[in-house]
Structure formats: C-alpha cells, structure tokens
Design a protein. Structure first.
Length: 274
C-alpha cells in the first residue's frame, strides 16, 4: 500500500473519531441550551417558539437565588482554603524537600482519587458530631480536602518550572524567608496559585455528592437544588439554570486558558531577556 494513502486514511479516521467524540461531549449542551429558550412548558425538541420566560422565572425564584448565593459562598471559601493549604504543601514537598515527600504527595492527592460517596459517608458522622450539618463552612472544608490536591498540582508544577537558585541567591544577599517568599517565590507561582484556586472553585461549584450529605434547606447548593427539582418537578426552568451554569463553567475555563497564555508569554519574555 502507498504510505501516503495510508497516512491520509489514518488522518481521516482520527479526525472522524475526534469529531464524533466532540459531538458526543457537546450533545448535552446542544439539547439543554435550546430547551431553555423554549416557550413550551415541557422539554420538547425542536422548540416551536422562542421565549425568555424560564430565565425570568429563574431569577425570580427565591430557591434558585439562595442556591446560587450558597454555591458562590462555598466556592469562594473552598478556593481560599485550598489555595492556602495546597500552596503550603507544594512548598514543603518541592522546596522544603521534607522527609517522605512522595508519601506526603500521595496523601494530599488521595481525596481526589477517592470515590466521593465514600468520602461523604466518612465525614458525615464527624460533621454531625460537632453539630455542623447544614453549615456552609463544613461543606467548604470538606470540598477543600479534595480541591487542595488541585492547587497542590498546579503550584508544584509552577515551582518545578523555576530554579531554586533564584531563592538561594535572594537569601544569600540577606533576604529572610518571608521576604524571599514575597519578592521571589510568590511572583513565580502566583499564576499557579490562581489557576489552582479557579479549579478548586469549579470543583466546588459542580460537586453534589458531598453537598447532598452536608447541606440542609438553608445551605443548599445549586447542584443539590437542581437535583431536588428534577426529582419533584420538571420544567424548563432547570434548563435555564443549567445553561447559566454551563456559561459560568466555560467562563472559568476561559480564565484558566487566558492565565496559562499570560504565564507562557511571561516565561518566553523572561527567557528572551536572559
């Protein structure tokens, strides 16, 4: 067989499977978003008329507004806690070179690979014993146990991208540990911290299993509220809420991509000036 023909055939098959995979991933979006603009009271495709009534009902529904507010509060708290703990863990393992660094890395990453239902069952009696069921702080704390590994990964990668000689040089010239971190280490890893915090917020924004165990009517998050809406009633308002969540998630991914591009440009400029 002519190798050029074989190469074109392989390229065509690869592109075809890629397109099919992309369509498979985009199918929920291609279904949910049009339904959110439907004038019908039930889920129907194709839509017969365009209406914004479900978005109007969404923003005038106290339950959804409470869920959005709780989700934002829990997400921001999760991002803050995870950014702090993940950064400290990365500094200890990568720069501090602590004893048993690999096992410590495994412990930090363990909640991310552990089934969330197991984690939720394990933390429920602990949270209940201190009377914090229904507390947004409890949800954020447990979310942070998982999301810390995301910050740990991004900050560790940022630290490994720079030579420790820069920090050693600063300390050799008389800077203490605090000033070295403020003026040398932090500027090098701040994009990694910010990207990790965004990932932590995105995780908390979409998480439902842990929240199902730990929230009540006053602290319900958006995924839990949507789950309850699906169970007890079904109208396109939930499609409108899903479309808003999709847009928000895509905005977070776009912010991460923009930050990565800024970081790459900064690294390229720094290398060019050396």
């Amino acid at each position: 067989m002519n190798w050029r023909v074989f190469d074109r055939l392989a390229t065509g098959v690869t592109v075809g499977f890629s397109v099919l995979g992309l369509l498979y991933l985009l199918t929920p979006i291609l279904v949910i978003v049009p339904i959110s603009f439907s004038a019908d009271r039930f889920f129907t495709l194709p839509i017969k008329a365009v209406s914004y009534q479900w978005y109007d009902r969404l923003w005038n529904n106290p339950g959804y507004l409470l869920a959005f507010g709780n989700t934002a509060t829990v997400g921001l708290a999760t991002a803050l806690i995870s950014a702090t703990l993940g950064t400290l863990a990365a500094l200890a393992v990568v720069r501090g070179k602590v004893v048993f660094g690999r096992p410590i890395s495994g412990i930090v990453m363990a909640p991310l690979v552990m089934p969330q239902i197991i984690l939720a069952i394990g933390v429920f009696p602990v949270v209940a014993s201190v009377g914090m069921i229904g507390s947004k702080l409890a949800v954020a704390a447990v979310h942070s146990a998982v999301a810390t590994s995301l910050v740990f990964t991004t900050v560790s990668a940022a630290l490994r991208g720079y030579s420790p000689n820069m920090e050693l040089s600063a300390m050799t010239l008389g800077a203490g540990h605090v000033n070295t971190f403020r003026h040398v280490t932090f500027p090098m890893i701040r994009l990694g911290i910010l990207i990790g915090a965004i990932f932590a917020f995105a995780f908390s924004f979409d998480e439902i299993i842990i929240a199902l165990f730990l929230t009540d009517a006053s602290s319900v998050t958006l995924p839990v509220y949507m789950w309850n809406e699906i169970r007890f009633q079904m109208d396109p308002t939930i499609a409108a809420a899903s479309a808003v969540a999709i847009v928000f998630s895509l905005s977070l991914l776009s912010a991460v991509a923009l930050l990565q591009r800024v970081g790459h440009h900064h690294n390229t400029s720094a290398e060019a000036t050396r």
